[in-house]
Design a protein around this ligand. Structure first.
Ligand SMILES: O=C(O)c1ccc[n+]([C@@H]2O[C@H](COP(=O)([O-])O)[C@@H](O)[C@H]2O)c1
Ligand SMILES: Cc1cc2nc[nH]c2cc1C
Length: 363
């Protein structure tokens, strides 16, 4: 498969859902030994997976969680409960297989691809995907986080990591990230794109106090005032108040859509990237599957704007892709229902009469 060379090149490959496959999946669900629609959101998910892939009964033996790691200059404003050096330390933990995302990925049969897209430290490991655009962003409270060219480069890096994995047979992607300070950047992206006040877009991130939370809102306000990001230009928003991992994930999401692969969106930071992807091309949102509602305050705003209904509510706020890989179990469940359940006909079971509701299935 060719390398993505520009953002228009990715966007040009994104097609609408395959309505024939989705319709066939809905009809198949209604033929299975259950009252129509009785598996609820699992049925909606099965239909969506068919529409995305163009295959009535898909399965996903090869799946990857792409963990984009980067640092944030805005950390010098004191907006996180943890120091910035935790970013490179956690990257080493991912590579050693000891982080939560590693455990949950092993359970869900997903490979973890760890990408240095902008960690502010020299990193060296045979399994690290080294694609550093710069040593972390600049402090967005004082000026742009990065240049437009750097944001575009990071987005293309994410897209091409999807492309390379696709060429190895991966057909299902999960977004993940690591970056101390990135809930501040994500809150700024949310406020810039939909005009929510910083007081509503910021949250406690790694666990800050009430006082630091108020300060964090002021920092976001300052970043918006000094950079005036253009809400109609996602690259402008990304470069002025975003982050390198957010840009990389925007590319991951758009490229998954371009390759007709479902992309599972993790928590708050991943959803900020998803909203940016939607702003590049609204049609990309149909390829996204929201995994869970993060405990981070602004997440519900992002999901609402994306029109996505998350599957899990577990009060998680870790990031890394942890909520995303948990949702893989539900995707597998939906696929197995489609592949393995008996039909009314094959099992010799009487169907409901005229009064039986047809499935509530819709995309
Ligand atoms: O994804 C989420 O919903 C989420 C919510 C809160 C925190 N995080 C993680 O915590 C880090 C950012 O928190 P902070 O307080 O440093 O901005 C970063 O590494 C994220 O992966 C992630
Ligand atoms: C320890 C730790 C692990 C993380 N994983 C994602 N964000 C994180 C932030 C911290 C602080």
């Amino acid at each position: 498969m060719s390398h993505f060379i520009s953002i228009p090149h990715i966007l040009g490959d994104i097609k609408p859902l395959d309505i024939n496959a989705a319709t066939a999946a809905a009809a198949h669900l209604d033929s299975l030994t259950k009252p129509p629609g009785s598996l609820g959101k699992l049925e909606t998910l099965a239909i969506k997976l068919a529409g995305i892939t163009g295959v009535e009964r898909p399965s996903f033996p090869h799946r990857s969680v792409i963990v984009m790691a980067a640092d944030h200059g805005v950390c010098e404003e004191g907006i996180s409960a943890f120091p910035a050096e935790v970013t490179p330390q956690m990257v080493l933990n991912f590579l050693a297989g000891g982080a939560a995302v590693n455990v949950l990925s092993r359970q869900a049969g997903a490979e973890v691809l760890c990408v240095d897209i902008g960690v502010n430290a020299e990193m060296n490991h045979p399994d690290l995907i080294s694609r550093k655009v710069r040593m972390g962003t600049a402090n967005m409270a004082k000026g742009p986080a990065m240049s437009r060219e750097e944001a575009e480069a990071a987005l293309l890096i994410g897209a091409n990591i999807v492309n390379e994995a696709y060429d190895r047979g991966v057909r299902l992607f999960v977004t993940g990230e690591m970056g101390i300070g990135n809930t501040t950047a994500s809150a700024a992206v949310l406020s810039a794109l939909i005009g929510v006040s910083p007081l509503e877009s910021v949250g406690r991130g790694t666990g800050i106090s009430d006082e630091v939370l108020r300060h964090k809102a002021l920092v976001v306000e300052r970043a918006l005032e000094c950079n005036t990001p253009n809400s109609l230009d996602p690259i402008d928003v990304l470069s002025k108040v975003g982050g390198l991992e957010i840009a990389g994930l925007t590319g991951v999401i758009l490229a998954a859509a371009a390759r007709q692969c479902p992309v599972v969106i993790d928590g708050f930071i991943s959803s900020a990237a998803a909203l940016l992807a939607q702003r590049f091309l609204p049609e990309s949102a149909v390829y996204m599957i929201a995994s869970h509602t993060s405990h981070e305050q602004g997440h519900a705003h992002l999901l609402k704007e994306l029109g996505l209904d998350p599957m899990l509510q577990l009060d998680m706020r870790l990031g890394e892709g942890t909520g995303g890989v948990l949702a893989l179990h539900l995707i597998d469940a939906a696929c197995r229902i489609m592949a393995e359940m008996a039909t009314f006909e094959s099992a010799g079971i009487s169907t409901g009469g005229e009064s039986a509701e047809s499935g509530t299935n819709q995309l």
